[in-house]
Write a protein that binds this ligand. Structure first.
Ligand code: NAD
Length: 430
C-alpha cells in the first residue's frame, strides 16, 4: 500500500487481517515511526487492535523504504491523496504520478498497479503512459475505495460492492481471489472498464453530496413554511427509489471526499466539454450553506458578538473520526473569533492544530468545562457522548442557548426545560 493514510492504512490492515502479507509505505517518517511503535496516527474505531494483531502475526509491516516495499510486492495499491489543486477545482494528481514513477523505478518483475486513490476518469491511461518504458511488467487497474471514516473497518469487511476496472480480463480473477473472503460473505464483485471504475467513484460521491444538499435546501423551506424536515426525510426516504440515507438536514457536507470529489468531477467533465450543471449547483449551494448557518449565530446572539462565549461540541466533519478536512468548523470558528466572540470547543478526538493559532479560540477537554458558563452551545458533530447532555445541570448561565446543527435533541424537551433552542429545518425553533 503506497500512502498510509485513512484509506491505505485501513485497507492495508484489513487485507493483512484476511491473510495477506502487507507492507504499508509512507513518505511521512513520523507516521511510520508511530505505527512501528504501535500507535495509530488516525482515530478510527477498532483500528488499533487490528494493527497490533496483524503486526504481531508478522503479516503487516510499516516502512518509509519504498524501494523495498515495491520490490517485494506483487500487487501495488496507490492510496496517496488526491486533493484539489490550490486556486482551482482541478484534482492535484502529483502524488499519484510521483509514486507511479517510483513504482517504475523500483520494479524488476511483473506487478499489478491498482489505483485505490480517487482519480479522474482517464488517470489510469496516464499512469500507463508513465510506465510504458517497462510496459510488459505492469498491468494498471482501478479499484476505487468506498469506505467511510468512522465506519471504515466495517465498510472494508462488508462493502456493498467491490468495483474493479480493468481493460484486460486476467486481473479480474486475481482481484477476485484477493477479495474472496469478502465476496464469500456476500459482497458484490462488480467488474467494468478501468475508466468505468474511475467514474463510478466520482458519480457515487457526487450523488450522495447532491442528496445532502437537496435536503439541506429543503430544510430552509421547511423553516419558513412551518414544516418539520424530519417528516420530509422520512416521507421521502421511505420510497425505495429514493432511500432514506443521506437525507438528514444539517451543516454543509465536509470531509476529505465530497467537497474535493464534486469539484474533481466537474473539472474532469469540463475536459470533455461536458457541463455538469447539477453538480455545479450542489457545490455552490454547499458553500453558501456554511455562510448561512454561521450568519444564524448573529440571529441567535445579536449582531455584536464581542465577548460572547460560544462553545462548540464537536469540530470534526462527522463523528468517529479525527479528520478535519473541509469541516464547517474551519469556517465557522475563525469567523466568530474574528467578530470578537470567545470560542471554546471540545471534540472527543482531541485538540486540533487548525485552531491553535486562532486568537480567542481554546480547547477544553470535557463537555462540562467547555459549556459551564457559555452563552451559546453549538452542536456541530453528533458524537455519541453528546446525545444525552443535561445542559441545565452543566451550564451555569441562566440565559444560555443551544444551536443544534444535527437535530440531535428534541425541541419539545428543550422547551419543557426552558432552554432557548435552535435547530435545522424544524418549525418554531428559531
Ligand atoms: N478518507 C476517506 O474517507 C476516503 C474514502 C475513499 C477514498 N478516498 C480516497 O483515497 C485517497 C487517499 O485518501 P486518504 O484520506 O487516505 O489520504 P491521506 O491524506 O490520509 O493519506 C495519504 C498518504 O499518502 C502519503 N503519500 C503521499 N505521497 C506519497 C508517496 N509518494 N510515497 C509514499 N506515501 C505518500 C501521505 O504522506 C499520506 O500519509 C484519496 O484519493 C481519497 O480521495 C478517501
Amino acid at each position: 500500500m503506497i500512502g498510509t493514510g485513512y484509506v491505505g492504512l485501513v485497507s492495508g490492515v484489513c487485507f493483512a487481517d484476511i491473510g495477506n502479507q502487507v507492507v504499508c509505505v509512507d513518505k511521512d517518517k513520523n507516521k511510520i515511526d508511530k505505527l512501528n511503535s504501535g500507535i495509530s496516527p488516525i482515530y478510527e474505531p477498532g483500528l488499533d487492535e487490528l494493527i497490533k494483531k496483524n503486526f504481531i502475526a508478522k503479516r503487516l509491516s510499516f516502512t518509509t523504504n519504498i524501494n523495498g516495499a515495491i520490490s517485494s510486492s506483487d500487487i501495488i495499491f496507490i492510496c496517496v491523496g488526491t486533493p484539489t489543486r490550490k486556486g482551482s477545482i482541478k484534482v492535484d494528481l502529483s502524488f499519484v504520478y510521483k509514486c507511479t514513477k517510483e513504482i517504475l523505478k523500483y520494479s524488476k518483475r511483473k506487478k499489478i498497479i491498482v489505483t485505490k486513490s480517487t482519480v479522474p476518469v482517464g488517470t489510469g491511461d496516464e499512469i500507463e503512459k508513465i510506465v510504458k518504458r517497462k510496459k510488459k511488467l505492469f498491468t494498471v487497474i482501478s479499484n476505487p475505495e468506498f469506505l467511510r471514516e468512522g465506519e471504515a473497518i466495517r465498510d472494508f469487511r462488508y462493502p456493498d460492492r467491490i468495483v474493479i476496472g480493468s481493460n484486460e480480463k486476467k486481473p479480474f480473477n486475481i482481484m477476485k481471489k484477493l477479495y474472496a473472503p469478502l465476496i464469500n460473505k456476500g459482497s458484490k464483485f462488480f467488474t467494468t472498464s478501468r475508466k468505468g471504475a474511475e467514474l463510478i467513484k466520482y458519480a457515487s460521491n457526487a450523488f450522495l453530496a447532491t442528496k445532502i444538499t437537496f435536503i439541506n435546501e429543503l430544510a430552509n423551506l421547511c423553516e419558513k413554511s412551518g414544516v418539520n424536515i424530519e417528516d420530509i426525510s422520512l416521507g421521502m426516504g421511505s420510497d425505495n427509489r429514493i432511500g432514506g440515507r443521506f437525507l438528514r438536514a444539517g451543516p454543509a457536507y465536509g470531509g476529505s471526499c465530497f467537497p474535493k470529489d464534486t469539484k474533481g468531477l466537474v473539472s474532469a467533465a469540463e475536459k470533455y466539454k461536458i457541463n455538469l450543471s447539477v453538480v455545479k449547483s450542489v457545490i455552490k449551494s454547499n458553500q453558501e450553506r456554511v455562510n448561512l448557518l454561521t450568519k444564524r449565530v448573529h440571529k441567535i446572539l445579536g449582531s455584536n458578538l464581542k465577548n460572547k462565549k460560544i462553545s462548540f461540541l464537536g469540530v470534526t466533519f462527522k463523528p468517529n473520526t479525527d479528520d478535519m478536512r473541509d469541516s464547517s468548523s474551519l469556517k465557522m470558528i475563525p469567523y466568530l473569533c474574528k467578530k470578537g466572540a470567545k470560542v471554546r470547543y471540545y471534540d472527543p478526538s482531541g485538540e486540533k492544530n487548525e485552531f491553535k493559532k486562532i486568537k480567542n479560540c481554546n480547547y477544553r477537554n470535557n463537555i462540562k468545562s467547555n459549556c459551564n458558563d457559555t452563552d451559546l452551545v453549538v452542536l456541530l458533530t453528533e458524537w455519541d457522548e453528546f446525545k444525552s447532555i443535561d445542559f441545565k445541570k452543566i451550564v451555569k448561565n441562566n440565559k444560555f442557548k443551544v444551536y443544534d446543527l444535527r437535530n440531535l435533541y428534541s425541541a419539545e424537551e428543550m422547551k419543557k426545560n426552558k432552554i432557548k433552542y435552535y435547530s435545522v429545518g424544524r418549525p418554531n425553533t428559531n
